[in-house]
Write a protein that binds this ligand. Structure first.
Ligand code: ASP
Length: 311
């Protein structure tokens, strides 16, 4: 099918924030760009081979989770207790099925566990100890605490350890960035989205952000679009940000670009919602937008590959 290649589209992100171009060395930038490119290509290869949007977003997010450069899987930020509690979600736009995990520890690829929650648990979201029990039962890959350790994340935590301050991964000193996600459209017109995160540095009380919550940080609906968000999770939860993009398109008939602009630049800022999102619509148009200085992002559509960090 010659038009299979033309119609598929995929985008990934590795977090957004107040990024300082002067803090970025050429080596670091090359490393970030390299992983973003590997992730988006991995997902695109799935799509190009006739695979599903769901498989594509999972494959792309796994690459980002496996890299210590991003706040998800390996390299997840530290909680106030010095642990790593990860959140992830995956959603497909055909049957509006979704799976999510919140506050899971020692799971190598939380996005894969979220997928299993969707397909095998009969539920949408599992958390903490129960999610771990399910992970065990499903025989997903587990790693010990050392696997998740990253010196920079540890330093970030030391800066606020013992205080009540909770920080976005990317708002401290050396500025390494956050949450990861992917959105995709496959050749059959199916949309899917996935998001994975370690949340916020020094978080307490098993705080959970927007990333694993369908409609807040992650959403997909074949009628409109697929979305993955990154930023201050409390604001994205209150704005129901991902679903709001869908709603503006569905109820008001807005284009993806206009719907994303309204959510990112009008609805989120009054709620202190610094951040951004990646989106793809049912026709394969991709929008990557943010209301801060940068967002780690990459996309492949009919026009080829783009990898970018700053505006
Ligand atoms: N949205 C994530 C959270 O609040 C953080 C991030 O995007 O880096 O958990």
């Amino acid at each position: 099918m010659p038009d299979v290649q033309r119609s598929v589209a995929i985008a990934v992100h590795g977090g957004a924030g107040t990024l300082d171009p002067s803090a970025m060395t050429p080596e670091k930038e090359a490393a970030y760009r390299g992983v973003l490119s590997t992730a988006v290509r991995k997902g695109h290869a799935v799509l190009a081979g006739g695979g599903s949007a769901l498989d594509a977003v999972e494959a792309a997010v796994r690459v980002l989770e496996d890299s210590p450069l991003f706040n998800a899987g390996r390299g997840a930020v530290f909680t106030a207790d010095g642990t790593h509690e990860m959140d992830a979600a995956i959603m497909e736009g055909t049957g509006l099925r979704a799976g999510a995990v919140a506050g899971v520890q020692n799971v190598k690829n939380p996005v894969g566990l979220a997928r299993l929650v969707m397909e095998r648990s009969g539920h949408v979201m599992l958390s903490g100890r129960g999610a771990f029990e399910f992970a065990h039962q499903q025989k997903v890959a587990l790693e010990d605490d050392e696997y998740f350790f990253d010196q920079l994340r540890h330093d970030q935590w030391q800066e606020v350890r013992g205080s009540t301050e909770v920080r976005l991964d990317h708002s401290t000193g050396e500025k390494k960035f956050g949450t990861v996600g992917a959105v995709a459209l496959d050749a059959k017109g199916h949309l899917a989205a996935a998001t994975s995160t370690g949340g916020m540095t020094n978080k307490r009380w098993q705080r959970i952000g927007d990333s694993p919550v369908p409609g807040a940080g992650t959403y997909a609906n074949n009628a409109t679009c697929a979305i993955s968000c990154t930023g201050n999770g409390e604001a994205f939860l209150r704005a129901v940000a991902a679903h709001d993009v869908h709603a503006l398109m569905s109820y008001k008939g807005l284009s993806l670009e206009e719907a994303v602009r309204i959510v990112v630049h009008e609805k989120l800022p009054p709620l202190d919602g610094e951040g951004g999102l990646i989106a793809v619509d049912k026709d394969g148009r991709i929008v990557l937008d943010f209301n801060c200085t940068g967002m780690y992002r990459a996309m492949i559509d009919g026009n080829g590959e783009v990898v970018a960090i700053f505006r």
